[in-house]
Design a protein around this ligand. Sequence first.
Ligand code: URA
Length: 242
Amino acid sequence: MKPIRLDKFLADSGVGSRSQVKSLLRKGAVCVNGKPAQKPEMKVDPETDEITCREILLSHSEFYYYMLNKPAGYVSATDDNTAPTVLSLLKNVPGRELFPVGRLDKDTEGLLLITNDGPLAHRLLSPKNHVDKTYLVHALGLITADDLIRLESGIDIGEKAPTLPAGAKLLSVKTNNGRAVSLVELTIHEGKFHQVKRMFQAIGKPVLSLKRLSMGTLLLDETLAPGEFRMLTDEELANLRA
Ligand code: URA
């Protein structure tokens, strides 16, 4: 690939507008091959030079992919008048028009993919593709073998058809203030509105807390504290696209 100006590379990578790019360069936020670079006219080779902005490696690509460990209290939307959005946790990161892939409820934690790759998001969310989603569920009450069978074989949650067969595993039961609290790992292959909460409601064991552990091949990086994020690795992205 032909060398191009650093400011053009940065604008193409989505770090900001032309004036934001100028300001980032002035502040020394950009490095080329590990050295601070401040000249907009500097020539870089997008294929061989390693260019970072605030220590995030940039690609000469319009698409960016972030894994967020969503904390409770944030809505999965690009903007909202009532509560902070998941995007407010990714301020000043490269990528124009980022959005969350699907929704987790405001009180749900865990894996959320944030990207600006519409076609990939569409593929992951399409009901036709039955992408697996695994959740860790704290539910009030003692989950019985019969409950697990009902969760697994499909259950009436008030939709036209029962839920699709799912995977349900009881991990533990603890007592909290004299009440049993069951920890269940649930894998579903669809994504109806409030699906997990409605499935547990249907067996009379309401959800106390919910955390998403995986979506398709993408697993939550447990080193990310709630509210932290990182870019997907090349391998994670390749697996997700496959
Ligand atoms: N199911 C729910 O009920 N809530 C979520 O946030 C995700 C799945």
